[in-house]
Design a protein around this ligand. Sequence first.
Ligand code: NAP
Ligand code: GLV
Length: 313
Amino acid sequence: MKIIFYEQNTDIDAWLRGFARELPDADLRAWEPGDTAPADYAIVWRAPRELFANRPDLKAVFNLGAGVDAILDVERKEPGTLPPNAMLVRLEDTGMAQQMVEYATYTVLRYMRRFDEYEALQREGRWEKLRQHARKDFTVGVLGLGVLGAEVAQGLRRLGVPVRGYSRTPKDIEGVSVYAGRDQLDAFLDGTRVIINLLPHTPDTEGILNARAFGKLARGAYLVNVARGPHLVDADLIDALDSGQLAGAMLDVFHVEPLPKEHPFWRHPRIGVTPHIAAETLREESIVQIAAKIRALARGETISGVVDFKRGY
Ligand code: NAP
Ligand code: GLV
């Protein structure tokens, strides 16, 4: 079988060596512009349109991340970009859930124990004790209960805070109050103290973090966006922070990445910025998972993690 690989800014040789170890019979190559030779499988992250063009033989495209919005966006803008018979397969966990649990736990603890405020007090040289927030009132809501969101919700339960989750279809997750579908979004948001976004970016979820949603949260709530920048209406976040409706935000993803130097988020005293590192793609785990799926497909078996083009994730 022939496999092409594309990712910018990575150690391509290390990826190819890993795949060669797992798939010794495969003919592997790094894709470069102009390469139109046949391929059965493509393993890519943010690949140019040209990579997919005129490849009727492609059986599957493996996305080197959980979110497939970039690939689907190219297809939406230029229908027919993806070969008609190729399935699109996303990474399932591969060590990202643990990283997301860490990011969410750190952020919730930072707000609940008021470490963000102690940091501000230290900068002013002030010795002041703040009243602790009551754990039972510190409801945390996780938007998206998929591979990553479900793990984050479970992980946060261990902090002893009430945990809610929101998904498209109903779920049964021990100790988590689940709200499903747009009809239940307001009830999910109502009184929530920290909201953590782990939804995929689709036409349905774009702009979901907006003034209306912020208005439903508890006064002085916090926002954690670790999914995609276009979920958030940036101006609504600034307004909500200025009015006191939100007390702070931790953002890992942005409309434009890298976040432009002049963007007000960089300098806002109540916004934390990280450079899209909440959960990174881990090479070894990803190679093992993708190679196992390629072997399964070659045996004619079905695999998990196949993207439903209509749902958009
Ligand atoms: P996933 O397994 O596909 O889960 C998506 C969840 O969102 C599911 O629970 C789904 O509901 C729910 N959902 C989708 N559309 C919805 C809608 N319109 N209304 C309500 N719920 C909806 O995805 P994942 O692996 O957990 O990853 C989630 C996202 O995290 C990715 O798409 C990516 O954007 C982001 N991410 C970011 C980083 C980072 O470093 N910042 C790293 C990895 C991933 P159902 O369960 O009912 O289908
Ligand atoms: C990273 O953002 C991913 O989608 O895996």
